[in-house]
Ligand binder design. Structure first.
Ligand SMILES: CC(=O)N[C@H]1[C@@H](OP(=O)(O)OP(=O)(O)OC[C@H]2O[C@@H](n3ccc(=O)[nH]c3=O)[C@H](O)[C@@H]2O)O[C@H](CO)[C@@H](O)[C@@H]1O
Ligand SMILES: C=C(OP(=O)(O)O)C(=O)O
Length: 416
């Protein structure tokens, strides 16, 4: 089994380039189904979720060519139906977007219940509520989700919880429905806007993405397009935290600073210097850091996907920090791994009480999920001695060339 080995203690210094955003790239790749035409998608991250999804698109019948620079040429004209009962769809969460896209184009879709990070129950009741409101029939049978409709008709849908996945899936399903669909209490994450912009570039008519009310006017047909995915604010935030944790000085390039504001604000509160430029951010972490409290919230709140790396950083900050997780049901499993490295953290329900220790010590640990892996990398970079992180397939779902990028900025790290 592959491992990442880190000799801690080196400051991260230099420049790092941020890749395209996994959580925008995946629905956009699936969204090409809507066009039934040729699309070129650029700035895709070279991560296992993208390579697996390209395989899935090929299995459905699309012509796909993904080059090493993150450019995908895809023609979905040859897809005849959106039915795929194969374990490969369980390697990621985002395969559930086949439901919205398949329903919209073929009025019929069958896929397995999705996989993704083990961070709680992760229900899809809001996706189903949306599909049903548009006129679809939805059945779940032995882990297979089947949706079908005679026709889809626009409707008003109020989401009971703010859900990124349900917002995007309903947007996709409504794109070619008859009439207008309104999603209320929609998620506002930057990738919602990116997916809406992509669908509009294909001829869709979606308004209000980025606010909590999204209006989708159904169109008859979409066409192919060229589109470039936004940068990954979670990857960028992870490097910001790593630079802070190693007291480094890092220029993080190819980012949209406004997407990072919740992270920038929190790091400034911790005592890190953050300078925002047009499309890059400079981090100087060579200061005494202060304890802070964190509460995860839907965008523009502090992102749940950075709760784990941020908690790793706080584990060596003097004083007590309180971390409250309100988005994911169960996202503290990695804390037992941090404790193996000497962290003093106790968990009470959705709250972690982090008492800063003087230093972490390298240890043998395992990534329990994607961002748990990122948290352990942060911890390993800060720790004294050697950290060996196992189960790195989780990390490879979401971080392009992590070891290569880290080496270039001074980390003593290798994959074995
Ligand atoms: C591929 C992708 O984009 N993954 C992201 C997406 O996951 P995902 O789309 O699964 O997350 P959601 O935004 O849907 O989930 C937010 C909360 O709503 C709940 N919920 C969700 C749907 C539903 O039908 N019913 C329900 O109760 C979930 O259990 C969770 O507590 O957003 C999460 C929250 O920002 C991120 O952590 C993930 O990185
Ligand atoms: C939870 C995450 O991913 P996914 O939803 O793809 O499992 C994540 O990116 O942190």
């Amino acid at each position: 089994m592959d491992k990442i080995i880190i000799e801690g203690g080196n400051k991260l210094i230099g420049e790092v380039n941020i890749s395209g955003f996994k959580n925008a790239a995946l629905p956009i790749i699936i969204g090409t189904v809507l066009s039934g035409d040729k699309c070129r998608i650029e700035n895709l991250p070279m991560i296992s979720d993208v390579s697996n999804l390209t395989k899935i698109m090929g299995m459905l019948g699309a012509d796909v060519k993904l080059d090493r620079n993150g450019i995908l040429d895809i023609d979905t004209n040859n897809i005849e139906k959106c039915v795929l009962i194969d374990e490969i769809t369980r390697k990621m969460r985002a395969s559930y977007y086949l439901l919205g896209a398949g329903l919209s184009r073929f009025k019929e879709v069958e896929v397995l219940y999705p996989g993704g990070c083990d961070i709680g129950v992760r229900p899809i009741d809001q996706h189903i509520k949306g599909f049903e409101a548009l006129g679809a029939k939805v059945e779940i049978d032995h882990g297979v989700i089947k949706c079908s409709a005679e026709k889809l008709v626009g409707s008003k849908i109020y989401l009971d919880v703010v859900s990124v996945g349900a917002t995007i899936n309903i947007m996709m399903a409504a794109t070619m429905a008859e009439g207008t669909t309104i999603i209320e209490n929609a998620a506002k994450e930057p990738h919602i806007v990116d997916v809406a912009n992509f669908i509009n570039t294909m001829g869709g008519d979606i308004r209000g993405a980025g606010t909590d009310v999204i209006k989708i006017n159904g169109v008859e047909k979409l066409h192919g397009c060229n589109y470039s995915v936004i940068p990954d604010q979670i990857e960028a935030g992870t490097y910001m935290i790593m630079a802070a944790g190693t007291k480094g000085n890092l220029l993080i390039k190819n980012v949209i600073p406004v997407h990072l504001e919740p992270v920038t604000a929190k790091l400034r509160e911790v005592g890190v210097e953050v300078i925002e430029y047009g499309d890059s951010i400079q981090i100087d972490g060579d200061f005494d850091l202060k304890n802070v409290n964190i509460k995860t919230l839907p965008y523009p709140g502090f992102p749940t996907d950075l709760q784990q790396p941020m908690t790793a950083l706080l584990s060596t900050v003097k004083g007590t920090s309180i971390v409250t997780e309100t988005v994911s049901e169960s996202r503290f499993k990695y804390i037992d791994e941090l404790k193996r490295m000497g962290a003093d953290i106790s968990v009470d329900g959705s709250t972690a009480i982090v008492k800063g220790v003087d230093k972490l010590m390298g240890a043998e640990v395992r990534a329990t999920d994607l961002r748990a892996g990122a948290a352990l990398v942060v911890a390993g970079l800060m720790a004294e001695g050697t950290t060996a992180i196992g189960e790195i397939q989780h990390i490879e779902r979401g971080y392009e060339d992590l070891v290569f990028k880290l080496k270039k900025i001074g980390a003593n790290v290798k994959k074995v």
